[in-house]
Ligand binder design. Structure first.
Ligand SMILES: [Zn+2]
Length: 62
């Protein structure tokens, strides 16, 4: 059995459409570019990421 991937590599804001990708080298989220456009969304948005509740990146499996 393959273990479930618990660390997401992409997240999208359900409010403004911002999309970010995980940069493993820099260990940070970066704005994704899709179709040549940066998916910045709204800078004033309190982002509601679509991964909330489905992933717990730093959860420890017992
Ligand atoms: Zn947003």
């Amino acid at each position: 059995m393959e273990p479930q991937l618990r660390r997401p590599t992409r997240r999208a804001c359900e409010r403004c459409g911002r999309v970010e990708r995980w940069d493993a080298d820099a260990a940070t989220w970066r704005v994704a570019t899709e179709d040549g456009e940066k998916q910045i969304g709204s800078p004033f948005c309190i982002h509601e990421w679509d991964i909330n509740g489905r992933f717990a990146p730093f959860e420890e499996m017992v």
